[in-house]
Write a protein that binds this ligand. Structure first.
Ligand code: ZN
Length: 176
Protein backbone atom coordinates (compact mmCIF):
# COMPACT_ATOMS: atom_id res chain seq x y z
CA UNK A 1 0.00 0.00 0.00
CA UNK A 2 1.45 3.45 -0.89
CA UNK A 3 2.12 5.73 2.06
CA UNK A 4 -0.52 8.29 3.01
CA UNK A 5 0.87 11.80 2.89
CA UNK A 6 -0.04 13.83 5.96
CA UNK A 7 -1.53 17.16 4.84
CA UNK A 8 -0.14 19.01 7.84
CA UNK A 9 3.47 17.87 8.06
CA UNK A 10 3.92 16.23 4.60
CA UNK A 11 5.23 13.07 6.21
CA UNK A 12 4.68 9.65 4.71
CA UNK A 13 2.75 7.80 7.35
CA UNK A 14 2.33 4.09 6.70
CA UNK A 15 -0.72 2.14 7.78
CA UNK A 16 -0.18 0.18 11.00
CA UNK A 17 -1.46 -3.40 10.97
CA UNK A 18 -3.08 -4.37 14.23
CA UNK A 19 -3.62 -7.62 16.09
CA UNK A 20 -5.03 -10.08 15.01
CA UNK A 21 -3.91 -9.32 11.44
CA UNK A 22 -2.08 -12.48 10.24
CA UNK A 23 0.82 -10.42 8.84
CA UNK A 24 1.98 -9.87 12.44
CA UNK A 25 2.55 -13.63 12.86
CA UNK A 26 4.84 -14.02 9.83
CA UNK A 27 8.61 -14.48 9.94
CA UNK A 28 10.35 -11.66 8.04
CA UNK A 29 13.06 -12.12 5.42
CA UNK A 30 16.61 -10.91 5.70
CA UNK A 31 17.36 -7.66 3.86
CA UNK A 32 19.89 -8.30 1.10
CA UNK A 33 19.53 -5.21 -1.11
CA UNK A 34 20.71 -1.93 0.41
CA UNK A 35 19.30 0.37 -2.23
CA UNK A 36 17.18 3.52 -2.62
CA UNK A 37 13.99 1.48 -2.22
CA UNK A 38 15.15 0.33 1.22
CA UNK A 39 16.16 3.89 2.11
CA UNK A 40 12.72 5.20 1.11
CA UNK A 41 10.98 2.53 3.17
CA UNK A 42 13.19 3.24 6.22
CA UNK A 43 12.40 6.96 5.92
CA UNK A 44 8.66 6.26 5.74
CA UNK A 45 8.89 3.84 8.69
CA UNK A 46 10.81 6.44 10.73
CA UNK A 47 8.22 9.09 9.94
CA UNK A 48 5.44 6.68 10.86
CA UNK A 49 7.06 6.05 14.27
CA UNK A 50 7.48 9.81 14.75
CA UNK A 51 3.80 10.43 13.99
CA UNK A 52 2.86 8.67 17.26
CA UNK A 53 3.47 10.59 20.47
CA UNK A 54 5.87 8.77 22.86
CA UNK A 55 6.26 5.89 20.38
CA UNK A 56 9.75 4.42 20.87
CA UNK A 57 9.87 1.61 18.33
CA UNK A 58 8.44 0.14 15.18
CA UNK A 59 9.11 -2.97 13.12
CA UNK A 60 8.62 -3.35 9.34
CA UNK A 61 5.85 -6.00 9.56
CA UNK A 62 3.71 -3.59 11.58
CA UNK A 63 3.65 -1.46 8.42
CA UNK A 64 2.95 -4.49 6.22
CA UNK A 65 6.49 -5.16 5.00
CA UNK A 66 8.01 -8.56 5.74
CA UNK A 67 11.64 -7.54 5.94
CA UNK A 68 13.99 -7.55 8.91
CA UNK A 69 14.02 -3.83 9.70
CA UNK A 70 13.34 -2.22 13.08
CA UNK A 71 13.59 1.36 14.29
CA UNK A 72 14.03 2.27 17.95
CA UNK A 73 14.29 5.74 19.49
CA UNK A 74 13.78 5.79 23.24
CA UNK A 75 14.67 9.49 23.42
CA UNK A 76 10.97 9.89 22.49
CA UNK A 77 9.79 8.20 25.70
CA UNK A 78 7.65 10.06 28.18
CA UNK A 79 10.54 9.76 30.67
CA UNK A 80 13.68 9.32 28.54
CA UNK A 81 16.61 7.29 29.90
CA UNK A 82 20.18 7.39 28.56
CA UNK A 83 20.02 6.26 24.94
CA UNK A 84 21.61 6.25 21.50
CA UNK A 85 18.87 8.30 19.82
CA UNK A 86 17.40 7.11 16.55
CA UNK A 87 18.55 3.56 15.78
CA UNK A 88 17.87 2.03 12.37
CA UNK A 89 18.61 -1.65 12.79
CA UNK A 90 18.58 -3.89 9.73
CA UNK A 91 18.86 -7.68 10.14
CA UNK A 92 19.32 -7.32 13.92
CA UNK A 93 20.58 -10.35 15.85
CA UNK A 94 20.76 -10.45 19.64
CA UNK A 95 24.18 -11.89 20.48
CA UNK A 96 24.09 -11.63 24.27
CA UNK A 97 21.40 -10.91 26.82
CA UNK A 98 21.53 -10.72 30.61
CA UNK A 99 19.97 -9.19 33.71
CA UNK A 100 16.37 -10.29 33.07
CA UNK A 101 13.51 -8.39 34.65
CA UNK A 102 9.73 -8.24 34.34
CA UNK A 103 8.83 -4.96 32.64
CA UNK A 104 5.66 -3.37 31.29
CA UNK A 105 5.34 -2.82 27.56
CA UNK A 106 2.93 -1.69 24.91
CA UNK A 107 2.73 -2.04 21.13
CA UNK A 108 1.35 0.10 18.27
CA UNK A 109 -0.30 -3.04 16.90
CA UNK A 110 -2.04 -3.83 20.22
CA UNK A 111 -3.19 -0.32 21.16
CA UNK A 112 -5.67 -1.23 23.90
CA UNK A 113 -3.38 -3.26 26.17
CA UNK A 114 -0.04 -3.31 27.92
CA UNK A 115 1.59 -6.38 29.46
CA UNK A 116 4.24 -7.52 31.91
CA UNK A 117 6.95 -9.33 29.97
CA UNK A 118 10.36 -10.77 30.90
CA UNK A 119 13.15 -8.91 29.09
CA UNK A 120 16.93 -8.68 29.35
CA UNK A 121 18.08 -5.31 30.66
CA UNK A 122 21.50 -5.68 29.01
CA UNK A 123 22.02 -6.83 25.44
CA UNK A 124 24.59 -6.85 22.68
CA UNK A 125 23.30 -6.95 19.12
CA UNK A 126 24.76 -7.21 15.65
CA UNK A 127 22.95 -5.41 12.84
CA UNK A 128 23.50 -3.71 9.50
CA UNK A 129 23.08 0.00 8.93
CA UNK A 130 21.35 1.57 5.93
CA UNK A 131 24.55 1.18 3.90
CA UNK A 132 24.75 -2.54 4.68
CA UNK A 133 27.73 -2.18 7.03
CA UNK A 134 27.78 -4.64 9.93
CA UNK A 135 27.88 -3.04 13.39
CA UNK A 136 27.52 -4.15 16.99
CA UNK A 137 25.84 -2.29 19.82
CA UNK A 138 25.74 -2.94 23.55
CA UNK A 139 22.93 -1.23 25.37
CA UNK A 140 20.83 -1.53 28.49
CA UNK A 141 17.61 -0.72 30.31
CA UNK A 142 14.73 0.71 28.28
CA UNK A 143 16.64 0.86 25.01
CA UNK A 144 17.57 -2.83 25.35
CA UNK A 145 13.97 -3.63 26.26
CA UNK A 146 12.57 -1.78 23.22
CA UNK A 147 15.03 -3.46 20.82
CA UNK A 148 13.95 -6.92 22.06
CA UNK A 149 10.28 -6.07 21.58
CA UNK A 150 10.85 -4.85 18.02
CA UNK A 151 13.19 -7.73 17.12
CA UNK A 152 10.47 -10.18 18.25
CA UNK A 153 8.13 -8.68 15.62
CA UNK A 154 10.53 -9.91 12.91
CA UNK A 155 9.82 -13.49 14.01
CA UNK A 156 6.07 -12.97 14.30
CA UNK A 157 6.21 -12.78 18.10
CA UNK A 158 3.95 -10.35 19.98
CA UNK A 159 3.94 -9.62 23.71
CA UNK A 160 0.69 -11.60 23.86
CA UNK A 161 2.77 -14.69 23.03
CA UNK A 162 5.12 -14.09 25.96
CA UNK A 163 2.68 -13.75 28.83
CA UNK A 164 1.82 -16.83 30.85
CA UNK A 165 -1.23 -15.51 32.68
CA UNK A 166 -3.46 -12.93 30.90
CA UNK A 167 -5.35 -12.33 34.15
CA UNK A 168 -2.16 -11.36 35.96
CA UNK A 169 -0.02 -9.88 33.23
CA UNK A 170 -2.33 -8.15 30.72
CA UNK A 171 -3.66 -4.65 31.41
CA UNK A 172 -6.21 -2.52 29.57
CA UNK A 173 -4.47 0.69 28.57
CA UNK A 174 -5.66 3.81 30.27
CA UNK A 175 -6.59 6.41 27.66
CA UNK A 176 -5.08 9.84 28.09
ZN1 ZN B 1 5.14 -3.90 18.92
Amino acid sequence: MPPLLCHICKMSVLKIFKFPDPILKKVCSKVTKFDLKLEGFVNDLTETLQSYKFCVGIAAPQAGSLQRVIIVDVSRARKPQPNNGLLILINPVILESSNFKIVREGCLSIPDFTANVKRAMEITIAYQNIKGETKTLSTKDFEAHAIQHEADHLDGILFLDKITSPAADLFRRVKY
